[in-house]
Design a protein around this ligand. Structure first.
Ligand code: ZN
Length: 139
């Protein structure tokens, strides 16, 4: 289960709305007790995809490393990645799977016509062939 505290959650939704109709992406920092992951901070990252960003995002490895370092400096871990799906459901696409890592939670925010609609969290398997839905509590 993943719980996103109100402050990072509001930041993530605001980021996704501001970036609409393009996809946004960012890092979720927090702690895990082995059962529950608690997101305490969200960091906006640059969508580095060179093409149309309405249906695609790309993270630079150096940005992820910096987010990981920032987390450690604050006594937290990088526990997940979030991105938005403009005018699309919060499903986990084939591209999302191909770009995933099994040790992170992937939160997808569905933004419909510029407004937040719903969100899901996904846990990809190590083979990157499927992702299972993770219980998500936010706000
Ligand atoms: Zn996606």
């Amino acid at each position: 289960m993943i719980r996103i505290q109100p402050e990072p959650w509001q930041a993530m939704v605001a980021h996704a709305r501001r970036t609409y109709p393009n996809e946004c992406c960012g890092a979720m920092l927090g702690n895990s007790d082995g059962e529950t992951k608690m997101v305490r901070e969200a960091i906006e990252l640059r969508n580095a995809f060179e093409g149309a960003q309405a249906a695609r995002y790309e993270l630079r490895p150096e940005d992820l490393l910096a987010a990981d370092k920032a987390a450690r400096e604050r006594g937290m871990d990088l526990i997940g990645i979030y991105h938005s799906h403009p005018d699309c459901d919060a499903y986990f696409s084939r591209t999302d799977l191909q770009n995933s890592c099994p040790w992170y939670s992937f939160v997808v925010l569905s933004i419909q016509k510029g407004e937040f609609d719903h969100a899901n969290s996904w846990l990809p398997n190590p083979e990157q062939t499927a992702a299972e839905k993770e219980e998500l509590i936010h706000g």
